[in-house]
Design a protein around this ligand. Structure first.
Ligand SMILES: Nc1ncnc2c1ncn2[C@@H]1O[C@H](COP(=O)(O)OP(=O)(O)OP(=O)(O)O)[C@@H](O)[C@H]1O
Ligand SMILES: [Mg+2]
Length: 168
């Protein structure tokens, strides 16, 4: 058995009378690819929002490598990457500039930013488009940019909400 990286216990989210996530428990090992499948409205996005510290759980708990998502949210944010369900990149900036904002937000030292940004852009096949405005990108190119953005700081966990949307 490998090292456990994510441990979720009885995680629950209620919106008023609606129970969107009903006491789910699971754990994920380091290096494992873990998928969650369910119909529209099943609570997949709500679960990811709790695990990425964007939404407080109603009850239950989860930790990333022992770091609690509620009490140690800033440490959890440094350890994770997140590609949201809906496109979020800024169309009025270039691909490179979108990544530069993230590099700054993650406190990556100025002299390391350029290399750290070029790598994932290259990996996602966006080197040629890096200096074009994102509003001129296709849907799949924006998705690729968001994946590059989410892995920029070398997270221990990468969350992808509807990962195949828009990708060839
Ligand atoms: N902020 C909110 N306020 C009230 N209800 C919400 C909120 N966010 C989600 N819900 C409700 O919670 C339920 C779960 O929604 P969620 O977006 O997590 O589903 P999903 O599994 O991601 O669906 P999809 O496959 O359509 O993306 C739905 O009934 C939704 O209407
Ligand atoms: Mg969803």
């Amino acid at each position: 058995m490998g090292k456990m990286i994510l441990d979720v216990r009885n995680l629950t989210k209620r919106f008023g009378d609606l129970t969107a996530v009903d006491s789910i428990s699971f754990s994920v090992e380091s290096g494992e690819v873990f998928g969650v499948v369910g119909p529209n409205g099943a609570g997949k996005t709500t679960t990811i929002k709790m695990l990425t510290t964007l939404l407080p759980p109603t009850s239950g708990s989860a930790n990333v490598g022992g770091v609690d998502i509620i009490r140690q949210a800033p440490r959890v944010r440094r350890a994770i990457g997140y590609v949201p369900q809906f496109l979020s990149a800024d169309g009025s900036l270039s691909g490179y500039e979108n990544l530069l904002i993230f590099a700054k937000l993650y406190d990556i030292p100025a002299q390391e930013r350029e290399d750290l940004i070029r790598d994932p852009l290259h990996f996602m096949g966006l080197s040629e488009s890096a200096d074009k405005l994102v509003r001129s990108y296709s849907g799949g190119m924006i998705r690729r940019l968001e994946i590059a953005q989410a892995v920029l700081h070398r997270p221990r966990i990468l969350y992808l909400d509807e990962p195949t949307v828009g990708l060839d």
